[in-house]
Design a protein around this ligand. Structure first.
Ligand code: NDP
Ligand code: GDR
Length: 371
């Protein structure tokens, strides 16, 4: 019998990579997608199967984490062996603007799924993965951060995820469910949402290289993150659900880098060295040399500046994770370092925006998106 997995957040970065992984492993993959006014399946379109085909292995259901009726119905219909709860309002800064929604989708949404498993009597059959986050650590209590480090969330998003973390632990203890938290540090890829900082930077570098944009505005460039590749991290999610006992695990690389250094690394991918001048809101990044003739930028031009609109009311300054438990018990290790990740992201964004360059050269209007 094929194993069945149900993924919430299947249209997101991790949902796409996890779907690929589980399909490769022979699973029947079900996903919950929200109704949106525009198509929102770009990351998984390559996995699409015509619903009229026989032997369907990739099936989408309309639903939402804020609606327990549809969650109960879908879980009853699918009878999944594994549920990966990746769906969330996942943007930390936006959670300050929509705190109640973040609590509902990210916090209560988790309870709704756990409760559906219990109501349907599936607690013996269905294993549950909760997408917990290094944002739980928030204000630094200890470095590197590990499974035992105290939490101190610093945003409505992180507070909602704290509730989700503990309700997962509680259902494991109260109902003996196989439910676990993956405490994942930041992970990125060419599929990363466009408004997270790494992707915002690699997109901007690509557009600047191709003459489609002059400058990128960023917020706090001193923040440090432990960045890995999403492809590696979805393998860890899968492994967490294959153990004898449900436990919580940190997935991280153990290396931390500032936003400013990620900017530097990304510009180096197009042969550009930057010099940073000024401080705080007056800091700018200026081209000091440009060695790749394909992407020649004028020395002295200002390509990075600070816009305080991207500052957060409370910031998480430093994240660096200790993945030793995952290595020892799951045999999990990241295969990408940040340099390789950065190269892949910049190269993918250059490919993406070459299309816009052709359109612009042919006289078509190329629009900018909100960031
Ligand atoms: P994305 O933002 O790329 O994807 C989030 C997914 O959740 C999308 O499919 C989105 O749908 C869906 N979603 C949002 N709100 C709802 C809702 N109310 N009901 C149902 N689905 C919803 O996130 P990632 O793939 O990067 O992250 C996956 C999970 O892991 C998230 O829970 C995130 O908080 C968590 N996490 C991520 C880390 C990272 O660095 N990427 C690190 C640690 C944790 P739509 O496409 O329609 O918007
Ligand atoms: P984060 O990711 O908040 O860590 O949450 P994000 O990429 O948004 O921010 C990382 C750091 O960069 C700083 N920063 C900026 N951030 C954004 N988005 N835009 C900017 O212009 C900018 N300039 C500086 C931020 O202040 C921050 O310090 C991600 C999400 O995927 C969460 O869902 C997940 O739980 C955590 O990672 C782990």
């Amino acid at each position: 019998m094929k194993k069945k997995a149900l993924i919430t957040g299947i249209t997101g970065q991790d949902g796409a990579y996890l779907s690929e992984l589980l399909l490769e492993k022979g699973y029947e993959v079900h996903g919950i997608k929200r109704r949106a006014s525009l198509f929102n399946t770009a990351r998984i379109d390559h996995l699409y199967q015509d619903p009229h085909e026989e032997d369907l292995r990739f099936i989408l259901h309309y639903g939402d984490l804020t609606d327990s009726t549809n969650l109960i119905r879908i879980i009853q219909e699918v009878q999944p062996d594994e549920i990966y709860n990746l769906g969330a309002m996942s943007h930390v800064q936006v959670s300050f603007d929509a705190p109640e929604y973040a609590a509902d989708a990210d916090g209560l949404g988790t309870t709704r799924i756990l409760e559906a498993i219990r109501i349907l009597g599936l607690q013996e059959k269905t294993r549950f993965y909760q997408a917990s986050t290094s944002e739980l650590y928030g204000l630094v209590q200890e470095v590197p951060q590990r499974e035992t480090t105290p939490f101190y969330p610093r945003s409505p998003y992180a507070v909602a995820k704290l509730y989700a973390y503990w309700i997962t632990v509680n259902y494991r203890e109260a109902y003996n469910m196989y439910a676990c938290n993956g405490i994942l540090f930041n992970h990125e890829s060419p599929l990363r949402g466009e408004t997270f900082v790494t992707r915002k930077i690699t997109r901007a570098v690509a557009k600047i290289a191709l003459g489609l944009q002059d400058k990128v505005y960023l917020g706090n460039m001193d923040a440090k993150r432990d960045w890995g590749h999403a492809k590696d991290y979805v393998k860890g999610m899968y492994l967490m659900l294959q153990q004898d006992q449900a436990e919580d695990f940190v997935l991280a690389t153990g290396v931390t880098t500032s936003v400013r250094d990620f900017v530097r690394m990304s510009f180096r991918e197009i042969g550009v060295e930057l010099e940073f001048k000024g401080e705080g809101i007056n800091e700018v990044g200026i081209v000091s040399s440009s060695s790749n003739p394909d992407y020649a930028l004028q020395a002295g031009s200002e390509v990075v500046a600070v816009d305080p609109q991207y500052f957060r009311p409370t910031e998480v300054d430093l994240l660096i994770g200790d993945p030793s438990k995952a290595k020892a018990k799951l045999g999990w290790e990241p295969s990408y370092d940040l340099q390789a990740l950065c190269s892949e992201m910049v190269a993918a964004d250059i490919e993406l925006f070459k299309r816009d360059q052709v359109l612009k050269a042919a006289g078509f209007e190329v629009k900018n998106e909100f960031e």
